[in-house]
Write a protein that binds this ligand. Structure first.
Ligand code: AMP
Length: 412
């Protein structure tokens, strides 16, 4: 069933506590290098302020390990948000101090307050499993959540990037606010629409493209997608664990030896489910990975002393042929070491093929920082249906995992 959003509830005159993902990249001088995550939260923020709510925003930034770290202050976010909104954003330099609570109480309708980094308090990241086993941790997590919850009449979650976790602000706060409206924002609504609705009833052919470094990270995804998708394309370093299992020589290419058997079992499972798995037939290989080194193309086996750093042009073409006629596509992970040109060629080719399929009517979903960055660098953002804001969260979604912090929010 669909979750209620801020559009489904009466906000006027209410104090609204909203969890955002303002985990923005910062340079050494604490300047924001991409405000993407702030911009993506604006539709929900504006809807609440325009709707006459008094808004209290909360987020984490980085991993400050439970204590104050000025380098991870949300002050730059308050400044940027204020510029983007064209109005003052009040800042509270601790998320639960008495002064902060007074600031929250003093907010008028249409005002906006941003709380300091939630992770300056250890309680934010206490896992629920640990809290269940340890009464002191439970108490600390509950106390922290109650102090946040006590400031508001309504809870809104619009932080998809952390939606797969059970942090206090994502899980315990809405639990404590039971009986009050607890809804999602427009960003999470969009993520659920694409990742949830589209994947539960996909138009076919449905193709998954997986790449990146580690098979072990994506075993769960592959397992969940076999039987759902028609084709799985596997590129990037993770392909070599599968190829070695098939008896190919992979030279010095990255390989997770502990996962070779599991990889072969997955290939068998896929064959039984009539899910086609496409692995690269050729590779760009180098003796040493650094910018500007000459590369060779290896077809089939890779010589000792060489490591694959990108898929070859035959693999690119074969992958492309399996992508362009697709009607639903999910893509997570680069096809090679795309950070070091020219080993970004395979990833670029795949991005182009996904964009072309989208032009032809496919729904395409790209998740994961690297593949999303590749799409953005190529200027293809407008030709992809949805770029997920949560790398880890979108992967867990594809694994079919439940997100408990979303499950407890109000149904329509
Ligand atoms: P992941 O975080 O698992 O999505 O992996 C992303 C990383 O995989 C990127 O940093 C890529 O450089 C790396 N990668 C992709 N293909 C290869 C490859 N053939 N050899 C080494 N690293 C790779």
């Amino acid at each position: 069933m669909a979750k209620k959003t801020v559009a489904d509830i009466d906000i006027k005159g209410k104090k609204v506590l909203m969890r955002c993902d303002f985990n923005v990249p910062l340079d050494d001088d604490c300047n924001i290098t991409s405000d993407d995550r702030i911009v993506k939260a604006l539709p929900t923020i504006k809807a609440i302020l325009d709707g006459g709510g008094a808004l209290i925003l909360m987020s984490h930034l980085g991993r400050p390990s439970g204590q104050r770290d000025d380098k991870l202050s949300l002050t730059p976010v308050a400044r940027r948000l204020s510029e983007l909104l064209g109005k003052d954003v009040v800042f509270a330099d601790d998320c639960i101090s008495d002064e902060t609570k007074a600031k929250a109480a003093a907010l008028s309708n249409g005002d906006c307050l941003l709380l300091e980094n939630l992770r300056f308090h250890k309680a934010e990241t206490i896992k629920d499993k640990a809290a269940k086993e340890d009464a002191q941790l439970r108490q600390a997590k509950d106390d922290f959540a109650k102090q946040l919850a006590g400031m508001a009449d309504i809870y809104v979650d619009d932080a998809f990037g952390t939606a797969h976790r059970d942090n206090a602000s994502m899980y315990t706060v809405p639990m404590v606010m039971e009986g009050k409206p607890r809804v999602i924002g427009f960003l999470i609504e969009k993520e659920l629409k694409f990742l949830g609705d589209t994947l539960s009833d996909p138009e076919r052919p449905f193709v998954a493209i997986l790449g990146g470094a580690k098979v072990s990270d994506k075993i769960g995804v592959i397992e969940n997608l076999i039987g759902k998708v028609d084709r799985i394309i596997i590129g990037g370093a993770m392909a070599y664990t599968f190829l070695k299992g098939r008896g190919k020589s992979i030279g010095q290419s990255l390989c997770e030896n502990d996962f070779i058997d599991k990889g072969q079992a997955l290939l068998e499972q896929a064959a039984e489910a009539e899910c086609e798995v496409i692995l690269p037939v050729d590779h760009h290989v180098v003796r040493e990975l650094k910018s500007g080194v000459p590369y060779r193309t290896a077809v089939g086996d890779i010589d000792p002393g060489f490591a694959a750093v990108d898929i070859g042009s035959m693999a690119s073409q074969a992958f492309r042929d399996k992508i362009v006629d697709a009607k639903t596509i999910v893509w997570n992970g680069p096809m090679g070491v795309f950070e070091i040109p020219p080993f970004d060629e395979g990833t670029k080719d795949i991005a182009m093929a996904v964009a072309e399929a989208t032009d032809n009517g496919a729904i395409s979903i790209v998740g994961g920082g690297d593949s999303a960055a590749a799409v953005k660098n190529l200027g293809l953002e407008d030709r992809i249906s949805h770029i997920s804001t949560g790398g880890g969260a979108s992967l867990e979604f594809l694994e079919g995992k439940k997100f408990i912090c979303l499950e407890i929010l109000d149904e329509k």
